[in-house]
Design a protein. Structure first.
Length: 249
């Protein structure tokens, strides 16, 4: 089985996002960027499936500017076999990403696509679902466990109040939740080896996909500043404040 893993380069999760003064978006100048954490989990899961003998090849694909190549190299250093970089400096919304991924799937014929459940920059949580719809493939989202079940996959999903297991026939789309696995760090020899692994360069035009934005961002603002806390003298004082000042009791 061949596994395709779409990975997105996003603002690093440790960085405090700063909104641009004109409120059109987040300032990305001189900001550390990394692989989206849910995509790291997707790469890890694909590599584990290969290590278990369930997959023969893991292909990482990223859509984005020239620097997205670094993100692909990270996936290659973790253990992916080769990369595909669809280069564009434009903003690519989930629908455009899903259309491009559909074209990559048609060219590569993987049996499984594992995506992150969401990208932590714009929290869309949409690409995997849209790709499944465009391909007409079954989808198992928010996976916390993935097991081979005959010719199908048994995927455990975290839902409110418990776990749900769904069986999906291949080819299928899986999106990863936080508890699926703990991604490995790439070792130095593997980082060196990754430099020699191939990355195929493509453009949206190669696939004939129109990536023009369909959404308009009206405004981006900082969350309200938190007010400082106070110390109370006693439990009675706390209860009184909750009752009389906060109005929550
Ligand atoms: P989203 O729907 O934007 O929250 O993203 C969900 C998942 O779709 C990510 O974790 C990636 O696996 C994939 N994805 C989103 N944008 C891209 C991109 N530009 N390149 C490759 N994969 C992407």
């Amino acid at each position: 089985m061949k596994i395709l893993v779409p990975i997105k380069r996003v603002i690093d999760y440790n960085v405090k996002a700063r909104v641009k003064p004109d409120q059109t978006g987040v300032d990305l100048a001189n900001v550390k960027m990394s692989m989206n954490p849910f995509c790291e989990i997707a790469v890890e899961e694909a590599i584990r499936m290969k290590e278990k003998g369930l997959a023969e090849e893991v292909v990482a694909v990223s859509i984005g500017p020239a620097q997205a190549q670094e993100t692909i190299r990270t996936a290659l250093a973790m253990g992916a076999d080769r990369g595909i970089h669809v280069t564009t400096d434009q903003t690519v919304e989930p629908l455009a990403v899903a259309k491009l991924l559909k074209a990559v799937v048609e060219a590569e014929s993987p049996q499984l696509v594992i995506l992150g459940k969401q990208a932590i920059d714009d929290d869309a949580n949409a690409t995997g679902q849209m790709l499944a719809a465009l391909l007409g493939w079954p989808q198992a989202t928010f996976a916390s466990k993935v097991e081979k079940d005959g010719e199908a996959l048994a995927v455990t999903r975290e839902v409110d109040g418990g776990l749900q297991t769904v069986k999906v026939n291949l080819p299928a789309i899986v999106t990863t939740d936080l508890r699926l696995n703990e991604p490995r760090y790439a070792s130095l020899p593997n980082i060196m080896k990754a430099k020699r692994k191939p990355i195929d360069a493509k453009t949206p035009e190669d696939f004939g996909v129109d990536i023009a934005p369909r959404l308009e961002t009206v405004k981006v603002t900082e969350p309200p500043k938190r007010k400082g806390g106070i110390k109370v003298e006693s439990v009675a004082d706390l209860v009184a404040k909750l009752k009389n000042e906060a109005g929550v009791l």
